[in-house]
Design a binder for this molecule. Structure first.
Ligand SMILES: [Zn+2]
Length: 195
């Protein structure tokens, strides 16, 4: 199974779920990576789009309001709170303060080793469910970080997150995948526009 969590939309996830149900045995969790004012927050098991631009607290609340689970993804990928130019990617220490259901401790973006270590350390104190997410912006990235849990269904994943029995893991990129990621970084805007 896979969770599809595009930035600020669930259209792609809905289409993936529909396609998967018709043609494959893959099960799709509808999700969204919401750009909150304080950093990115992943919503899992949602049915309606969560609007971007709210505070982290309001975003977590909106996710729970529709029965979804809120994940602090790459919480320490950040430099400072939003100024005019600097972007905030992760929610930082808000990951400990707000009612997150899980913390992403393995993010597959190349070069995130330190951010992942910090997230793991944070969660040692918190004891929230740990998640691995590929944060895939290219095909090679899918499944490079992943979440293990007892069972095979979205329902089982949800139960495992709630029970805190998930385990985050990762596997290495192939050299070609890393090269493609580097190319993606250079052509980021164009890649999104073309795809
Ligand atoms: Zn993000």
């Amino acid at each position: 199974m896979i969770a599809v969590t595009d930035h600020d939309t669930i259209e792609g996830a809905l289409r993936a779920a529909e396609h998967a149900a018709r043609w494959t045995r893959l099960q799709v969790v509808i999700g969204e990576e919401v750009s909150s004012r304080d950093g990115h927050i992943v919503a899992l098991f949602i049915e309606k789009r969560i609007r971007p631009g709210m505070t982290a607290a309001a975003t977590v609340h909106a996710i729970h309001d529709q029965g979804g689970l809120a994940v602090a993804v790459h919480p320490f990928w950040r430099t400072q709170r939003r100024t005019r130019s600097a972007r905030v990617h992760g929610v930082g220490w808000l990951a400990a303060e707000l009612e997150f259901d899980a913390i992403e401790v393995e993010n597959a973006t190349p070069g995130f080793y330190v951010f992942n270590q910090l997230a793991r350390r944070l969660n040692m104190g918190l004891g929230a469910a740990e998640l691995g997410g590929s944060d895939a912006h290219i095909l090679d990235a899918i499944g490079r970080a992943y979440t293990e849990f007892p069972g095979k269904t979205p329902k089982a994943l949800r139960a495992a997150i709630e029970a805190g029995t998930t385990r985050a893991a990762r596997r290495r990129y192939r050299a070609l995948g890393l090269m493609r990621y580097a190319a993606w970084g250079l052509n980021h805007e164009r890649y999104i526009a073309v795809v």
